[in-house]
Design a protein around this ligand. Structure first.
Ligand code: SAH
Ligand code: SF4
Ligand code: F3S
Length: 469
């Protein structure tokens, strides 16, 4: 594998000139409004990548649609984290065969994590002949060039180089939201948790320069964004690869110093690298939202070791205790895998005990899914699907009860919340988020994008209810 490549500004200029060339071809068909459909699976990292794809498409003269029949280019940005994610993509791509038959000049493109896996790329090459373009995360920066090649030459294009990864600044973006924005601060992952495909498909950790990140956040704040999430698979190792080493706490502090009324969030943190310095910085920085997503995956030390998480249950709990001491109203969320190969029901019960001790506000829970090429996929996995499901149900039942109790404790409080949209439930006018990012439905009149005091009047396990003060 090569080292990280920095894509030069001249390379991105060249891509923008390919956009121009495509736009000129498109302009020759003024009778037709050329539309693009971008469909995104997976995590926020993929959402952020899709914003770059839309940015390039806009430069090529495309408008946007959600209707496959109307689209002259379809881009599906895929995920590989669990088998189910892959099956959904293959199902939907299979169905596009009919769209291609009706509109042979529609370009069908697949990108993202799933296609970076050799088995998936092979399947697409051999059995999904209606797919014109396949490119992995490392090739995204040259999307315009690949589209141009498709339009000017015959044949299909496959670009899934197995490299350490690249960093490119200056790709145009079209954001989906006008209040909340994603800002990637680093790409890739070096952790190789034994169940996880991400390091294989997203390459090695590489950080953007602080000045590029700060300039982007400053621009977003000027444009009126109120809720900015700094993204990376493991933000706590931000900066380690930079010429002038810096760390994530320094970056948070610098983002916090940007003038303006906005919230800063970040994800994901890895427990092994979540430091006291980070917690102190969070406590000190008034714009950093009082919320931490800190995945612990499993509560048993033997399982954590085989998962290659490199932290113990006691270390995790100690970090949570210290964080709560600094920020008593911290909202905590986590990811959990149930049914890792060899995890017994007794070991799984250690996970339940972590829930009882920490009392998370919410959880993202998954049943283990074997990923080809990862060490865990080769491990003995004797537990039946039924047993795993029973454990999974015990886990969600316990968390539901905790979430309900935690939400009930909000009732009667008044919090400064960010109004983020209009409610689809007719009993409420607006949707909002608490500082800790809990969902709130609100009665009253306010424009989305405002911070307003909301009195919490009700709650259930999923959501809070309130009225503007
Ligand atoms: N970088 C983040 C997680 C990214 S993936 C972190 O380390 O916290 C999001 C979540 O998907 C993981 O936290 C894990 O809980 C889950 N996950 C990853 N691989 C999985 C697999 N093979 N089966 C089931 N869940 C998985
Ligand atoms: Fe996957 Fe672990 Fe990296 Fe998260 S830290 S992306 S779970 S390998
Ligand atoms: Fe999926 Fe890739 Fe994200 S595998 S979860 S889209 S990093």
């Amino acid at each position: 594998m090569e080292h990280t490549t920095v894509i030069s500004p001249a390379e991105i200029e060249k891509q923008l000139s390919y956009c121009q060339a495509v736009a000129e071809r498109n302009a020759r068909r003024p009778e037709e409004k050329l539309l693009a459909f971008v469909d995104t699976y997976g995590c926020q990292q993929n959402e952020a990548d899709s914003e770059c794809i839309r940015g390039y498409l806009e430069q090529m003269g495309f408008g946007f649609t959600h209707d496959e029949e109307q689209a002259r280019i379809i881009v599906i940005n895929t995920c590989a984290i669990r088998e189910h994610a892959e099956q959904r993509v293959f199902g939907n791509v299979g169905a596009l065969v009919h769209v291609k038959r009706r509109h042979p000049d529609t370009l069908i493109c697949l990108c993202g994590c799933m296609v970076q896996q050799p088995h998936a790329a092979k399947k697409l090459r051999e059995s999904y002949r209606h797919v014109d373009l396949v490119f992995g995360p490392h090739a995204l920066w040259k999307f315009p060039e690949m589209v141009h090649t498709l339009l000017t030459q015959r044949g299909r294009v496959f670009q899934t180089p197995d490299v350490a990864g690249s960093i490119a600044e200056g790709i145009p973006v079209v954001r989906q939201d006008s209040i909340k924005a994603w800002v990637s601060i680093m790409y890739g992952c070096n952790n190789f948790c034994s169940y996880c495909v991400v390091p294989y498909v997203r390459g090695r950790e590489r950080s953007r320069k602080p000045q590029d990140i700060l300039a982007e956040v400053r621009r977003l704040v000027e444009e009126g964004y109120k809720d900015i999430t700094l993204l990376g698979q493991n933000v706590n190792s931000y900066g380690k690869d930079l010429d002038k080493p810096t760390d994530f706490a320094d970056l948070l502090e610098a983002v916090n110093a940007i003038p303006g009324d906005f919230l800063i969030r970040f994800m994901t943190s890895h427990p092994k690298d979540a430091t006291q310095r980070l917690f102190e910085t969070m406590a000190r920085c008034e714009k950093v939202a009082p919320v931490l997503h800190l995945p612990f995956q499993a509560g048993n030390d033997r399982v954590l070791k085989v998962m290659n998480r490199r932290h113990t249950r006691a270390e995790y709990l100690e970090k949570i205790r210290r964080l709560k001491a600094l920020i008593p109203d911290i909202v905590l969320t986590s990811d959990i895998i149930v049914g890792f190969p060899g995890e017994t029901t007794e070991e799984f019960e250690d996970t339940l005990r972590v829930l009882e001790e920490v009392r998370f506000d919410a959880l993202f829970t998954f049943i283990y899914s074997p990923r080809p090429g990862t060490p865990a996929a080769e491990m003995d996995d004797p537990m039946s699907r039924e047993e795993k499901l029973a454990n999974f149900n015990r886990l969600t039942a316990l968390q539901d009860a905790i979430s309900e109790e935690k939400h009930a404790a909000y009732v009667g409080k008044t919090l400064r919340c960010l109004i983020d949209g209009l409610s689809d439930d007719s009993r409420y006018d607006l949707t909002a988020r608490t500082p800790g990012n809990r969902l709130l439905r609100v009665v009253g009149a306010a424009a989305p994008g405002q911070f307003r005091d909301v009195k919490i009047t009700g709650a259930n396990k999923w959501s809070l209810f309130g009225e503007l003060v």
